[in-house]
Design a protein around this ligand. Structure first.
Ligand SMILES: Cc1ncc(COP(=O)(O)O)c(C=O)c1O
Length: 448
C-alpha cells in the first residue's frame, strides 16, 4: 500500500467509492482498521477497540482464527478453484452434509451462493421453480415485511422494507411484492426477549391473502429477528401464526437467517429457538466466520424433489447458479467453522453468555438519550433519542463510541450490538462500559 510518510492512511482516498458509507464524511476523518485478533480490532491510529458487533455479525467465533486461516491456505495450495457447473469437488458435499445436520426438520438440500443477498435471490427463484414444477405457475407474488433487510440485489431489495434502501430504486424493483407491518409496537419498551403482545400482526399475511388471493403468493420471507433495523424480536406466537397461514394457503415460508443463523440466538438457528420450521432458510456471514464470502439456501427435501422430478434425466433442473457457488476457498473456511462449532460447543457457549449480555445491555437504560433497548440471545438494539432529524443519532453516537474504544454497527437512530460468542464476561463488561462512555460523551456534546 502506498501511504503518506509515516501514516497508515493511503495517499488517496478518492477512488474507492465505499458501500453504505457517508463517503465525504469518512474521507475527511477516515476510520481504517489495520488488524484484528480475538475480540479486538486495531485502527490506523494504533488504538485498540473491542468489536461489539462481530464485524457485520460475521465473526462470532473471533478474529484471526488460525484453524480457518490454515484450512484456507491449505485448500488454495491443493485446489484453488473448480467450476461449480456440471462438475464439483468433494468438500462442498461434505459441507452440505454438515450444514444439514444443524438445519431443522428436513431442510437437507443445500444450495450455495455468494452472500446473503444472493441467498435471498436464490430462495426467491427456488420458490418460483418449485411452484412451477408442481404445475402452479400462477404464484408470482412475494410477501416481505416493513423494516426488513434482506440484502441489496433487486430481489432482496424488493422483499426488504427499509425505506432508504427502497426509495432510490423503486422504479426497478420486482412487481407483485407486498409487505406486512413490522413487529415493533410502541408498548414494546425495554423488553429483553420476546414481547407478549403483537402476535396478531401476523394476520397481515391473512389479510394480504384475502385481498390478493393466497393462491397467487409464492412465498413469505421474514427475518425471525429483524437484525439490521435494530433487533426487532418477534412477539410470542407471531412466527407460529405465520407458519399456520402459509400452510393454509400453500405459501412457502422462508426464514432469512443471515444474522440469526449459526448460534446468534443460542440455538443453531432461530427456527429451532422459536420452534417454527420454515420451508427454506438463508444463511451467510458466520457460515465462514466472515473471512471469505459464502451464502447458503437450505431447502426442504420436498422442494428439491419436486424440482428434480419435473425435469428429464440429463437436463439442468434449475437454471440458476453463480461462478462462486460453493468454491473451494469458501468451503474450506466453512468446514473449519463447522469444526470450531463442534469442538468448542459454540451454541451452548452463546446460550450461556446470553443472559449475562442481556442483563448488562439493559443497564444502559438509565442514560437519558437512550430511548429504548431490545434484545434476544447475543443480539441487542439500542434506540437513541432522535437528534434534530430522524436517522442521524445512530451514526453520530457510533463515532463517539468509536473514540471510546468500542466498534459496532449503527442504523438510523439505533445502535446494533452483537458480541462475539467467544466473549467472556469481562469482554461483555468492557463493551458495556465503553458504550456507556461513548453514549455519555455523545449526549454531552449534544447539550453543548
Ligand atoms: C438478514 C439479512 N439478509 C441478507 C443480508 C445480505 O447479506 P449480504 O450483505 O452478505 O449480501 C443481510 C446483511 O446484513 C442480512 O442482515
Amino acid at each position: 500500500m502506498s501511504t503518506t510518510s509515516g501514516s497508515k492512511i493511503p495517499n488517496s482516498l478518492q477512488e474507492h467509492w465505499m458501500p453504505f458509507t457517508s463517503n465525504k464524511d469518512f474521507k475527511e476523518n477516515p476510520r481504517l482498521i489495520t488488524g484484528a485478533k480475538g475480540v479486538y480490532l486495531t485502527n490506523h491510529k494504533g488504538k485498540t477497540m473491542i468489536d461489539a458487533s462481530s464485524g457485520l455479525f460475521c465473526n462470532p467465533f473471533g478474529h484471526g482464527r488460525k484453524e480457518i486461516t490454515e484450512a484456507v491456505a491449505k485448500q488454495l495450495e491443493q485446489l484453488d478453484y473448480c467450476q461449480p457447473f456440471q462438475q464439483g469437488f468433494g468438500g462442498s458435499f461434505e459441507l452440505a452434509t454438515k450444514i444439514s445436520r444443524h438445519t431443522p426438520g428436513n431442510l437437507n438440500r443445500i444450495f450455495y451462493t455468494i452472500c446473503g443477498s444472493t441467498a435471498v435471490e436464490t430462495a426467491i427463484k427456488i420458490a418460483i421453480a418449485y411452484h412451477r414444477a408442481k404445475g402452479d405457475s400462477k404464484r408470482f407474488r412475494f410477501v416481505g415485511r416493513e423494516r426488513a433487510y434482506h440484502g441489496m440485489n433487486i430481489g432482496a431489495t424488493s422483499v426488504g422494507g427499509m425505506i432508504n434502501n427502497v426509495k432510490t430504486f423503486a422504479s426497478v424493483l420486482m412487481p407483485g411484492v407486498l409487505h406486512m407491518r413490522h413487529t415493533h409496537l410502541a408498548e414494546h419498551k425495554f423488553i429483553s426477549g420476546q414481547p407478549d403482545t403483537g402476535a396478531e400482526l401476523a394476520d397481515d399475511l391473512e389479510r394480504i391473502c384475502v385481498n390478493f388471493g393466497g393462491e397467487n403468493i409464492a412465498a413469505c420471507i421474514v427475518e425471525p429477528i429483524a437484525g439490521s433495523t435494530g433487533t426487532l424480536v418477534p412477539p410470542k406466537g407471531y412466527l407460529n401464526k405465520l407458519r399456520e397461514i402459509c400452510d393454509k394457503h400453500g405459501i412457502l415460508l422462508i426464514f432469512d437467517e443471515v444474522i440469526t443463523g449459526w448460534g446468534r440466538t443460542g440455538s443453531a438457528f432461530a427456527a429451532q429457538e422459536f420452534n417454527v420450521t420454515p420451508d427454506m432458510m438463508t444463511m451467510a456471514k458466520a457460515t465462514t466466520n466472515g473471512v471469505v464470502p459464502m451464502g447458503v439456501v437450505a431447502c426442504k427435501e420436498e422442494i428439491y424433489n419436486a424440482v428434480m422430478d419435473a425435469s428429464p434425466k440429463g437436463a439442468v433442473e434449475l437454471f440458476h447458479g453463480y461462478t462462486y457457488s460453493g468454491i473451494p476457498v469458501s468451503v474450506a473456511a466453512a468446514l473449519a467453522v463447522q469444526k470450531i462449532i463442534e469442538d468448542e460447543d459454540i451454541f451452548s457457549r452463546a446460550k450461556e453468555m446470553a443472559p449475562y449480555f442481556q442483563k448488562e445491555l439493559f443497564t444502559l437504560k438509565d442514560i437519558d438519550v437512550v430511548e429504548n433497548i431490545r434484545g434476544y440471545g447475543m443480539m441487542g438494539g439500542i434506540d437513541m433519542k432522535i437528534n434534530v432529524k430522524a436517522g442521524k443519532a445512530g451514526f453520530e453516537c457510533f463515532k463517539s463510541c468509536y473514540e471510546a474504544g468500542v466498534n459496532f454497527k449503527a442504523t438510523g437512530d439505533c445502535l446494533i450490538i452483537a458480541p462475539q460468542f467467544i466473549c467472556e464476561k469481562k469482554h461483555i463488561d468492557e463493551i458495556i462500559d465503553k458504550l456507556r462512555t461513548g453514549i455519555l460523551n455523545y449526549s454531552k456534546n449534544l447539550k453543548n
